[in-house]
Design a protein around this ligand. Structure first.
Ligand code: NDP
Length: 270
């Protein structure tokens, strides 16, 4: 029987995960089916349990169910525990395993362009995406990681939680330190709403890297701000999306797919 996988979310019809996993499967000659499943907002657990009971081998989980997936899993990996959210589930002999591949995906995508060790990193936002990437970012031993959020309490709570893992401090967007950063990552959802952030140009470094987790055909408002401030290297989150999928594919199939060609193809289809 062909192994079945799915991505569960709400809404789900625009998800690119089926395209990505189909490309990985073709490239690695794995026989599998990967589909989109929309779960009602109040029934994620029922939908995921049903999919696995009906023979599904594993699934990805996207907005707004990653915290519910965390509660649904019987066994959590260390990075899922740290992230407090799960985006990849599969069955093993002891039950449903939950992992979070978002942080590994971001780090892998960034590593295509720079080494993170010793860098001064600014992470904007303190929602689910920010929380998911903090552990993997700190594991790369940056010199400094500042987390800044519109609501500073959330940033402070995350810095307090992760302080044992590395040099992390927190502030509000209004209190950003007056210094340039080597890498600025936008993990807010402001770009989704087409909004720019109130950022001083003094945080930008022309030879630094600006990264927006959101992606699209045109540059996001955040990347346009970085461009206006003279930042030459600017990336959106399409690479993170492909890399987090590759990590999930590896967990499920034991084979690491090549990602560059998949990313190029996906970019062309935006
Ligand atoms: P959440 O809703 O959990 O968090 C949203 C964050 O954005 C909060 O910190 C919030 O601040 C901040 N925010 C929202 N609007 C504004 C604004 N106008 N000005 C300043 N700050 C704002 O979202 P997620 O963390 O799940 O997702 C964040 C982004 O990351 C989204 O764009 C999402 O698409 C992207 N993403 C991309 C992935 C990829 O693979 N490329 C994977 C996961 C996420 P406050 O706390 O003050 O409300």
């Amino acid at each position: 029987m062909t192994d079945r996988y799915a991505v569960i979310g709400n809404p789900i019809k625009h998800s690119k995960s089926p395209l990505i996993h189909a490309a990985f499967a073709a490239q690695t000659k794995q026989k599998l089916i990967y589909e989109r499943l929309e779960a009602p907002l109040d029934s994620f657990i029922e939908r995921a349990a049903e999919f696995l009971a009906m023979g599904g081998s594993g699934c990805n989980v996207t907005v707004p169910f990653k915290e519910e997936a965390f509660r649904f899993a019987n066994i959590l990996t260390e990075r899922a525990e740290l992230a407090g959210a799960v985006n990849t589930l599969w069955l093993d002999d002891e039950g449903v395993v939950g992992d979070n591949t978002d942080g590994a995906g971001l780090v892998r995508d960034l590593q295509r362009h720079l080494k993170l060790v010793g860098l001064r990193i600014l992470l904007l936002g303190a929602g689910g995406a920010a929380r998911g990437v903090l552990g993997p970012l700190l594991a790369e031993r940056p010199a400094q990681l500042v987390i800044a959020n519109r609501s500073p309490d959330k940033a402070i709570a995350l810095a307090t939680q992760f302080i044992q893992l590395g040099p992390i401090t927190a502030c509000s967007l209004a209190e950003l330190p007056n210094q340039p950063f080597d890498l600025i990552i936008n993990a807010t959802s402001a770009s989704l709403a087409g909004e720019a952030l109130p950022l001083p140009t003094s945080i930008c470094q022309t030879d630094g890297l600006a990264y927006d987790m959101m992606y699209g055909k045109a540059e996001t408002p955040f990347l346009q701000q970085a461009k206006a401030a003279g930042v030459v290297r600017r990336l959106d989150g399409l690479g993170m999306l492909v890399e987090q999928a590759a990590e999930a594919f590896f967990l499920w199939r034991g084979i690491r797919p090549e990602t560059e060609t998949v990313l190029v193809k996906l970019r062309a289809g935006l």
